[in-house]
Design a binder for this molecule. Structure first.
Ligand SMILES: NC(=O)c1ccc[n+]([C@@H]2O[C@H](COP(=O)([O-])OP(=O)(O)OC[C@H]3O[C@@H](n4cnc5c(N)ncnc54)[C@H](OP(=O)(O)O)[C@@H]3O)[C@@H](O)[C@H]2O)c1
Length: 215
């Protein structure tokens, strides 16, 4: 598969790009927003395309030519205001979904957030972010795309264990970013998880096995 990673310069994004580059099955393309990021990826032999999630749908669509699957792992991060939460986590995701539909890309993997599907679990300071994730996911669920939504728990910068818990409703726990990245890469080969959404936290089941277990 030819896979476009949106948010490729981010922490999970970089790991997904690296794992896809190492895999023999997939071609990877990084979507980034700065010229120097394009140069950085290309110096490592990775195709990179320039587009800003605050730009037009048409510009985002241009990065998707010949692409079979989109991974959305972008985010406004914790150091920007709620304006960026709306413009990146919600509108940026919505524009990427629209661009994928227009470009005829079917497969779409979304990195959402645990509890984004449960308003009663949103803490006051997280409400705008959670609402952004919630409505981006709803838009994807209402699309015709062949989507999988992962709602990871709190992200940790520890080495991955290769073992996860995947479920419709897990406890609100944490997971290393590396395990999220490995799950995304493995998910590309699993058509059984199409048009479904899952909580994703650390667990006791090997990633492939956890994905295989889904009916
Ligand atoms: N933190 C948590 O505990 C947690 C929990 C669950 C889910 N999540 C979600 O997990 C995902 C990945 O997290 P992460 O830690 O890997 O994120 P990250 O390191 O903050 O990376 C986010 C990426 O999005 C890119 N981005 C931001 N604005 C953009 C724009 N206008 N156009 C194009 N790209 C833009 C950033 O680009 P630059 O590199 O140029 O800044 C960055 O590379 C995010 O969606 C996050 O919301 C986080």
């Amino acid at each position: 598969m030819n896979v476009l990673v949106v948010g490729a310069n981010g922490q999970i994004g970089k790991m997904v790009v690296e794992k896809l580059q190492e895999s023999k099955q997939h071609e990877v393309r990084a979507m980034v927003r700065k010229e120097e990021q394009v140069a950085d990826f290309e110096s490592k032999g990775i195709t990179a395309k320039l587009a800003d999630l605050e730009g037009s749908v048409a510009d985002i669509q241009l990065t998707m030519e010949g692409v079979d699957a989109v991974v959305f792992s972008a985010g406004s991060g914790g150091s920007t205001g709620y304006d960026k939460t709306i413009m990146i986590d919600l509108d940026g995701a919505a524009k990427t979904i629209e661009a994928a539909e227009k470009a005829g890309v079917k497969r779409f993997i979304m990195v959402s957030s645990i509890a984004s599907n449960h308003r009663e679990k949103w803490s006051d300071d997280m409400k705008p972010y959670m609402a952004a994730k919630h409505y981006a996911d709803q838009m994807l669920e209402k699309s015709d795309l062949d989507y999988t939504i992962f709602r990871p728990g709190m992200l940790k910068d520890e080495p991955g264990t290769g073992k996860i818990q995947l479920g419709k409703e897990t406890a609100i726990e944490s997971i290393p970013r590396e395990d999220v990245a490995s799950t995304i890469v493995s998910a590309l080969d699993h058509s059984n998880i199409s048009r479904q959404a899952f909580d994703l936290i650390s667990g006791n089941t090997e990633i492939k096995e956890a994905l295989n277990q889904i009916g």
